[in-house]
Structures are given as C-alpha cells and as structure tokens.
Design a protein around this ligand. Structure first.
Ligand code: SF4
Ligand code: SF4
Length: 279
C-alpha cells in the first residue's frame, strides 16, 4: 500500500500555468484506455490555478492555488458512483473508470472541491488521475510536477519515510484545502493564503529617510512574531488567522514606542506610522 500525492507550496507558485498547460498537453485528444478518456478542447481544468486577491492598493497581494483532484481518502465521488465507477488504487490514486462512469452525472456534483468535469460529448465525468498511466510505465512524476519551474509541486508516496514528500509533510505548516469537507485529501498544502498585516514606519524628525531596521512585533492568537522594517521602512506579517485580535508594538532606539491593536476581519494595511523622537 502507498499514498501517492502532491504537496503544493503556495508560497513558491508564481502562477506561470506551466502545470495547467502540461496537463492539457498530456490529456487533450489523448485516450489512455482504462485510465482516462481524451479531454475535449474546452471546459476541462484538471489542474486548476485559483487566483486569490488580498488586500488593496497600495498593498495588494495575489496568490495562486494549484488545485488538482485531492485524491481523498474519504472521497464523496466514490460514494456517489454506481457499479464501482470510481475506485481507489492500492497506491492511493482515485480513478474514474472511463467506461463504467458513462452517464453518471451525479459523480460530478458529489465532489466538494469541484474538480470533476463533465464531458458532454462522451457523457462522462473526468478529472486528474495523477498521471497514473505514466507512473505505471515507470515515470517518476505526473506531468504537472515535472513542468513546474519553481519546485512548488512535490510528488511522492506519503507513506515512504525516505521520500521528499513525506519529509515535507512533517512540516507543522502543512494544511488541507477545505478541511471542513472532511474528505481527508491526500493532496497537502503549505502557505495557503490567510490574513496579512502591513505598514510603513516613518521617523517624525527625518521624514525624507526610510526608517529601515525598526523592530516591529506582533502578539495574539497564540503567536508572537517579530520583524524589522525593510529598506523602505515597510513591514509585514503573513499567515495570520481571520477575525483574530493582535497587538502590534513598534520600537526604535531614541523614539517613543507605538502600540496598535487590530482585528483581522480583513487584511490590514496600517499605512504610515509616525514615530516621535524621545525628549
Ligand atoms: S477531490 Fe473530488 S474528485 Fe478528487 S477524490 Fe476528492 S471528492 Fe473525488
Ligand atoms: S507550474 Fe508550478 S509555479 Fe507554475 S502555476 Fe503550476 S505550481 Fe505554480
């Protein structure tokens, strides 16, 4: 037994869409009998790239969340399928049988992640197979993973303690996408976008100079973080919880310290924070 999967580091994803294109190249107009029927030209996104916008001018952020089938251990698509039309292989990969699944539209609607697509011409639900046909021929990676130029996608067996993916999966930052679906996805994530707090420190007696190296600390929600302002006097705290209250402290030698309390109902840009000199 094994649990083949992809670990996706969102912080490394540049949104280049190489993985999406490699997937299309592999499956458009290509039949892999018993694994998958050919993808039609339109409306199939077996590797979706979800674009998430956060914050607002002048501190906007754009994150990309590559989203294939999650190959769930408790897969609702399997429950919805008749005649064993969706099944799990011994290596953990969930496959839609391209013959048995014909006409079974209910399989599309059963997936809470919305990663199954209906092929109207063939009357067939279709989705990512983790390139099972390639793996069975001895290839080491799905096409999407092979094509990623940034290392944002890592493929392997979660149950193999020597694999890169198993080592990365021990990272306490590992998360599931939508754990509330309770589908036990094998695909894991690092760095899913959450709330961020940003600001810019200005020294009152030196407004023309950027306040580099000022200490900014954040406390709340069970975390205590500290950073320094950068070359432009800017600072930022990422991966904060939603609707949590945080206290920010800004301290610089020779200046009156500032304390700010905020709640992350949305991403927060504190704007310019002016430090007055001590005296
Ligand atoms: S993500 Fe959707 S299609 Fe994939 S295994 Fe889970 S329920 Fe099935
Ligand atoms: S190929 Fe890699 S960097 Fe490019 S969109 Fe896909 S996951 Fe992101």
């Amino acid at each position: 037994m094994a649990r083949n999967s992809i670990l996706i580091d969102v912080t490394k994803c540049s949104g280049c869409y190489n993985c999406f294109l490699a997937c299309r190249d592999e499956y458009f107009d290509n039949d892999y009998p018993s694994y998958s029927a050919a993808q039609p030209l339109n409306d199939q996104f077996w590797m979706q790239i979800k674009e998430i916008e956060r914050g607002s001018y002048p501190k906007p952020k754009l994150s990309y969340i590559p989203t294939p089938c999650m190959h769930c251990a408790a897969a609702p698509c399997m429950d919805a399928a008749k005649n064993g039309a969706v099944y799990r292989r011994p290596d953990g990969i969930v496959i839609i049988d391209p013959e048995k699944a014909q006409g079974q539209g209910a399989i599309v609607n059963a997936c809470p992640y919305r990663v199954i697509y209906w092929n109207a011409e063939k009357q067939l639900p279709q989705k990512c197979t983790l390139c099972a046909h390639r793996l069975d021929q001895g290839e080491k990676q799905p096409r999407c993973v092979e094509s990623c130029p940034t290392g944002a996608l890592v493929f392997g067996d979660l149950d193999d303690p020597d694999s890169a993916i198993a080592k990365l999966a021990a990272d306490p930052r590992i998360e599931e996408l939508h754990p509330e679906y309770k589908a036990q996805p094998l695909v894991k994530y690092i760095g899913l976008p959450k709330r961020f707090v940003a600001g810019e420190v200005v020294l009152q007696d030196n407004p023309g100079e950027c306040a580099q190296g000022v200490t900014v600390s954040l406390q709340g929600g069970g975390v205590k973080l500290e950073t320094k302002t950068d070359l432009y006097g800017d600072f930022e705290f990422e991966s904060l919880q939603k609707n949590e209250t945080y206290k920010i402290s800004i301290t610089a030698s020779g200046y009156v310290a500032r304390q700010i309390e905020l709640t992350t109902r949305k991403d927060v840009n504190l704007g310019e924070i002016v430090l007055e000199p001590n005296n």
